[in-house]
Design a protein. Structure first.
Length: 420
């Protein structure tokens, strides 16, 4: 049996147009789309206060359309799974660090995670790679400073380490930035015709994510999807270890005439096609949660005492009793009301998400997300768009979509400068 999965590049909060495009596609091609995957920059903004944690220049902070799905004004027409990028309302995503429903029918994979849709196993890593934060813990705390907003989405070694423990096959993997070196496995000349300014970084081996490349070599998924660089690029990775191959595809962002969507068909069981918690990932979460690093220091893996088999058996027993459906969506922050702007000070701070609490209680783990140890902060020096949209392979032009947070970088994000 074939499952049809739509893959989208950078969402940038434009859910209405992406869903409208897919509904139109279903109608004109007489097909049924079973699932939508989004490769980051989702921008799950619930209200005006979330905009304060959204990593974009202030004049481009806009509510866009996610709030409609969070409030219940609209319901996503397809089950949707997304990862985080570098333009996110990170306060909300931190509530759902382990993954969970960001809105009905819209599931966040967490800072790192694995979920099953039917019998398709989907993994993902949120954020982008920056070497100077990689070996730190998750030290950022609410209310976020400008510096925190620009670092919280940087990939941490702890989350990658957990993903590297996966042994069972992964069908699809999502990352926001590309695995470093992936350009050698596709049509590099065509890419450089679109993006000539990539050439130096490619030559230096700095275009992309080193941790993502490590995960690609270890997990060897059948498909790997990315976004971030605002162009479409396909590659085929042949793995020497077992002769297996990975089909890689990067996609653009949602704009008219851009290659932001791809629909793939993948072999699947008869169903039901619904989200289920992943047994192996829950076991990995249980094993490593005690060393979750919440300061600038990385995790101390020597203090992990739980065994892998012990954790797997624990999770199996629990799932047998409860079942494997994710915990139910719960609104935490107030919903946006266009006719009634929220006054300053009406709500603020950290929300404990009941989904996260329920998952940790299920795994018999301590809730750590709002713990604030003294040394947490680092030192100072430290209308449907179907017209012009293509559904097959090859891309379009825009500068790299990233606000760099290095101390010497004072540039405005070129993406927003062009659109302003």
């Amino acid at each position: 049996m074939q499952m049809r999965i739509a893959v989208e590049g950078c969402m940038h909060g434009d859910l209405d147009n992406v869903y409208a495009t897919l509904l139109h596609l279903q109608e004109v091609q007489n097909i049924k789309i079973d699932l939508l995957l989004c490769c980051g920059d989702f921008q799950a903004v619930r209200n005006e206060k979330d905009l304060e944690s959204l990593n974009v220049p202030p004049k481009f902070r806009s509510m866009n359309s996610f709030w409609k799905y969070y409030s219940g004004e609209k319901v996503a027409p397809f089950p949707t799974i997304f990862i985080g990028g570098n333009h996110e309302a990170s306060n909300y995503l931190w509530e759902l660090y382990y993954g969970g429903w960001a809105a009905p029918q819209i599931y966040f994979l967490g800072f790192a995670g694995v979920i099953k849709f039917g019998n398709i196993r989907i993994g993902g890593l949120s954020g982008i790679y920056k070497s100077h934060h990689y070996n730190m813990g998750h030290y950022e705390k609410l209310p976020y400073s400008e510096q925190d907003i620009r670092s919280i989405y940087h990939v941490r070694e702890y989350d990658v380490h957990k993903l590297l423990q996966i042994e069972e096959p992964i069908d699809i993997f999502l990352s926001h930035d590309w695995p470093v070196g992936i350009t050698a496995c596709g049509d590099l000349k065509a890419l450089l015709r679109q993006k000539p300014f990539f050439e130096q970084e490619i030559q230096e081996g700095t275009l992309g994510s080193k941790p993502a490349a490590e995960l690609l070599g270890k997990l060897r998924p059948s498909y790997w999807f990315s976004a971030h660089l605002h162009c479409k690029f396909a590659a085929l990775v042949q793995h020497e270890k077992d002769g297996h191959s990975t089909k890689f595809l990067a996609l653009d962002k949602c704009l008219p005439g851009r290659n932001f969507l791809q629909v793939i068909e993948i072999e699947s069981g008869p169903g039901p096609h619904e989200l289920q918690l992943d047994e192996e990932w829950l076991a990995i979460t249980r094993k490593y949660n005690a060393v979750f690093p919440l300061t600038i220091k990385n995790a101390n893996y020597n203090s992990v005492h739980l065994g892998t088999e012990q954790c797997l058996q624990f999770v199996r027993n629990k799932l047998q009793t409860r079942g494997s459906k994710p915990f139910e969506f719960v609104q935490t922050a107030p919903c946006y009301k266009p006719s009634q702007p929220v006054a300053d000070g009406v709500f603020h701070g950290f929300y404990k998400n009941p989904q996260t609490e329920a998952l940790l209680q299920f795994l018999e783990l301590e809730y750590l997300l709002n713990k604030m140890p003294e040394s947490r902060k680092p030192a100072a020096n430290l209308a449907p768009l179907i017209s012009g949209c293509s559904f097959d392979y090859l891309g379009e032009d825009i500068p790299i979509d990233d606000i760099d947070d290095t101390e010497d970088s004072k540039e405005v994000d070129p993406e927003y400068a062009q659109e302003g």
